[in-house]
Design a protein around this ligand. Sequence first.
Ligand code: PGA
Ligand code: ZN
Length: 411
Amino acid sequence: VIEDVQVRKILDSRGNPTVEVDVTTWNGFGRAAAPSGASTGSREVVSFPEGGVDVIVSEVEDVIASELIGMDANDITTIDEVLREVDGTGNLSAIGGNTTVAVSMAVAKAAAASSNIPLYRYLGGNWVNELPYPLGNMMNGGAHAGINAPDIQEFLVVPIGAKNIVEAIFANASVHKKLKGLIQSKDSNFTGGKGDEGGWVPNITNDNALEIQAKACEEVGDELGLEIRPALDMAASELWNSKKQKYLYAQDGVERDTGEQIEFVKDIIETYNMFYVEDPFDESDFEGFAQLTSKVGNRCLICGDDLFVTNKELLLKGIEMNAANAIIIKPNQIGSLSETYATVKLAKQHNIVPVVSHRSGETTDETIAHLAVGFASPMIKTGAIGGERIAKLNELIRIEEELPNPKMGQF
Ligand code: PGA
Ligand code: ZN
């Protein structure tokens, strides 16, 4: 039974305020914080009410506490419904999706603690034994970097040959290190600057970035004796100019219409043997996604982030159109753990790979590591280095140690 709910303002990795929630039951305690995006999808729930975090702490906390105190923390679905009712809007703009998601996750953690089990086991049951492959962020561009960086938002890698999470995490860190030198060979003015998610920010073309990304995968893969594949988050909604009906690549001085974008992405996937490409089209272009998926979906994961915003209805549309074969799962896009789980369940029923993910603005909260394991998500996207990123990665190392028969995720 919930005895207390406390909300406080804390700092995120970009230096912005966010919310942290403590939930106390008579025999347990749970704490969770909400992250924030920079390249957010337009159909996400609203993160914070007008007035921001201060309003939540001064006004919303009491309302939520008075509703939740006395409720059973195991009743997460009901609690999430109560939070939606308290908000009263369709998009959580009154109390903020970041508030509801932090409460929802803190309740789940308190419930798990009250049963004396870790969150991943509380969510996934006793048979949980899979660790997600970490999608590591190597270079940043677009909205996560400054000007003169590549337009593609995230150059990622997947250590698909790793036998366990420790090997996987350190392989990613090695690629990150290797890239520093490779960037210097292309950009003599490189200062070692990094973007929002800890990837390097080079002043090079998209093509050059793709080239050294592939080279780093190959070299480190050979050194460690395991396969490492490149991956991308193109965050193409940020490149799409609706007036011109074109994707603008400022760094390269190139514009592409949808047909050219399909060919461009298909070509990248084939040339570099990409394992995964996220958001290759604007968030409204289900049709473009479907065309690309029909061409290369048998050899590459085509993943929707801004396209689906962790929303079950949008995923359903994507399933009907065969728009993608993977979906990014960010709980704060939809505002609660139970709705997040419903989307994951629908994805799995239709062989869509759920990829639990951080946001560009993060805290040291480690909850998503537990969600990835508890949901048996075969991949987690949570960077490669940096305190707020390694909080999740190191938690995965601890979880692997606890599992009796750990193995890497199954696609
Ligand atoms: P965001 O970006 O957290 O800034 O939305 C991450 C992503 O696009 O995957
Ligand atoms: Zn994305």
